[in-house]
Ligand binder design. Structure first.
Ligand code: ATP
Ligand code: MG
Length: 379
């Protein structure tokens, strides 16, 4: 009989009275990921899933909160049975020269101490597999044995993404462009348990349908971790045209970014979200100088999270590759900011000047119109 043994973050087990809430959230997310039909049992910092399918392990490693998933063989609590399973598993792996046995005895009534279980099972392995050796420091394979209701034996353990269960830390609005940075920013907060609703500003017909498809694809990639994602596609052309027509060219970007933030805040209110999340990184471009961010932020009353603020671009790209968004992000479709870029954007805008320029626009009305006109896509 096979079971999946799921280990989850020690941060969850340290939650004291709230531990149940986090564990329940994790179980709910596991069911979203692999389907409701599987039995999940919780036991002292572990979860067991009654299933024989190893495909499921590949899904589970993307569930936030899980630090590893192992395919365990479940046998009687007898040294002979445990050894047989261990030998079988080792024989199925090619090129194993060295091993060590690690035992955990959760059932303290089991009469043999952990060290002795390891020694006895190790002895049986040495007797039955030719040429294999013990190496306690750097073994090729660790044979894990856990003594619980039954004996669990596993050699294959897949690393999970860790973090906290999705939807256990409130809700935020992710400003999701088609670039490299914002999907990474979203991933980082979702990994800390924040539920996300994504917002994309679309400048039809200046940005193509393909640019929108690209953002939908990125939202889908995030949904591989979160289970689902709601995406608002907000019509942004009228706002950009109005700014172009009525404001100074070098203020275009900063005013546009202020609109993005205000519309996101409006959508946050409608969605009962309490924060905004962006992919900004200090100094990356003109609109991400500290002076620009100060002006961008000044009408926003909710927290704005910028998880990439202190990261270098190469490090952000590494994360992006690791989480699987990079290849989509680098597709060359234009985004709304590349279409309407001033030649010399202000790097040190003054709030007073910008507010002055905005007097020429019916800001409130434009924000409401954009939010009302959004297309909502469920992924
Ligand atoms: P990214 O790689 O995420 O596109 P960027 O380096 O291109 O970021 P900017 O274009 O200045 O930087 O955008 C900064 C942040 O503003 C983005 O990370 C994203 O959160 C948000 N943003 C920019 N453009 C859009 C858009 N069209 N729709 C939604 N959010 C956007
Ligand atoms: Mg961008």
């Amino acid at each position: 009989m096979k079971r999946l043994l799921v280990k989850y973050s020690s941060e969850i087990t340290l939650k004291g009275l709230n531990r149940r809430i986090f564990e329940d959230a994790l179980i709910r997310n596991i069911k979203v990921s692999i389907g409701k039909e599987h039995t999940i049992e919780k036991e002292s910092g572990r979860m067991f899933i009654y299933t024989a399918s190893s495909d499921l392990a590949q899904k589970l490693v993307k569930v936030f909160g899980i630090i590893s998933v192992a395919e365990a063989e479940v046998v009687e609590k007898e040294i002979q049975d445990i050894s047989r399973a261990a030998i079988e598993q080792l024989k199925s792996i090619v090129n194993v020269r060295t091993f060590k046995v690690e035992t955990k005895r959760a059932d303290k009534r089991f009469p043999i101490a952990s060290m002795d279980v390891s020694r006895l099972v190790g002895g049986e392995i040495l007797k039955n597999i030719e040429g294999i050796k013990v190496d306690v420091h750097k073994p090729d394979i660790i044979v894990n044995v856990e003594i619980r209701d039954k004996g669990y034996v596993y050699t294959k353990e897949y690393k999970g993404v860790g973090g906290l269960p999705y939807k256990s830390s409130g809700k935020g609005i992710l400003l999701l462009s088609g670039g490299i940075d914002s999907p990474v920013a979203g991933y980082m907060l979702a990994r800390r348990g924040m539920e996300l609703t994504a917002v994309y500003y679309h400048s039809h017909p200046y940005t193509s349908e393909r640019a929108k498809e690209k953002v939908i694809d990125l939202a889908k990639k995030l949904a591989e971790y979160t289970g689902s994602m709601k995406l608002y596609v907000v019509p942004f052309t009228r706002i950009q045209m109005e700014i172009m027509e009525k404001c100074r060219e070098d203020e275009l970007t900063i005013i546009m970014r202020r609109f993005m933030m205000s519309i996101a805040q409006e959508i946050a209110c409608r969605e009962n979200a309490l924060a905004l999340v962006t992919g900004e990184s200090l100094g990356q471009v003109a609109s991400q100088t500290l002076e620009s961010m100060y002006v961008t932020n000044s009408d926003i009353t909710m927290p704005v999270f910028r998880p990439l603020i202190g990261m270098d671009k190469v490090d952000i790209m590494d994360v992006s590759r690791k989480i699987g968004t990079y290849d989509t992000s680098i597709l060359p479709y234009e985004d709304c900011c590349t279409v309407f870029v001033p030649k010399h954007p202000k790097t040190k805008p003054k709030l007073k000047d910008i507010k002055n320029s905005e007097q020429k626009l019916s800001v409130e009305e434009l924000i409401k119109e954009a939010a009302d006109g959004a297309e909502i896509i469920l992924l």
